[in-house]
Ligand binder design. Structure first.
Ligand code: 4NP
Length: 152
């Protein structure tokens, strides 16, 4: 079982999008029983508000026919580091924030999702850009590249 936790700042836009895109990809490849996939935030504000998935993420997932369920924001906790095999962040600031919560990445589990792609880069936050289309295609590229890295 490969356990993957996608992480962004709020866990309402990018990381739930990545969670459901990845779930669809592994389902289509017949690999669902080999993966456990979830997502989390680095800040706690949306968890305190019991915030669900942002409408922009819902709209693009619906448009792209990516199945999704309700997901409520939760903050990453120190024990997540031991539990998950891969902690995949959206940008550099997520990496810093994750490390401040879970400690030093001694097992090399923490990566940016697009570090697996040909052009390593951050995934911009659509909370600020409003561009959920761009986020979606970056996430598809990253998830594809990650599965390629795993040779799956
Ligand atoms: P996300 O976007 O990190 O992609 O989920 C954000 C969502 C909410 C906030 C910031 C970024 N916020 O400040 O509440």
């Amino acid at each position: 079982m490969i356990k993957v936790l996608f992480v962004c700042l709020g866990n309402i836009c990018r990381s739930p999008m990545a969670q459901f895109v990845m779930e669809q990809m592994v389902e289509e490849r017949g690999l669902s029983d080999q993966f456990e996939i979830d997502s989390a935030a680095t800040e706690s504000y949306n968890e305190m508000c019991h915030a669900g998935i942002h409408y922009g993420t819902r709209d693009i997932l619906t448009e792209m026919k990516v199945p999704f369920e309700e997901h409520y924001s939760r903050r990453i906790r120190p024990h997540d580091y031991a539990y998950y095999d891969y902690i995949l962040a959206m940008d550099d600031s997520n990496i810093e924030d994750i490390q401040s919560i879970v400690g030093i990445d001694v097992e090399n589990k923490i990566h940016r999702l697009l570090d697996f792609a040909n052009k390593p880069r951050n995934i911009k936050d659509p909370w600020y850009t409003g561009n959920f289309d761009e986020t979606y295609w970056d996430i598809v590229e990253g998830c594809d590249a990650f599965l390629e890295y795993l040779k799956m």
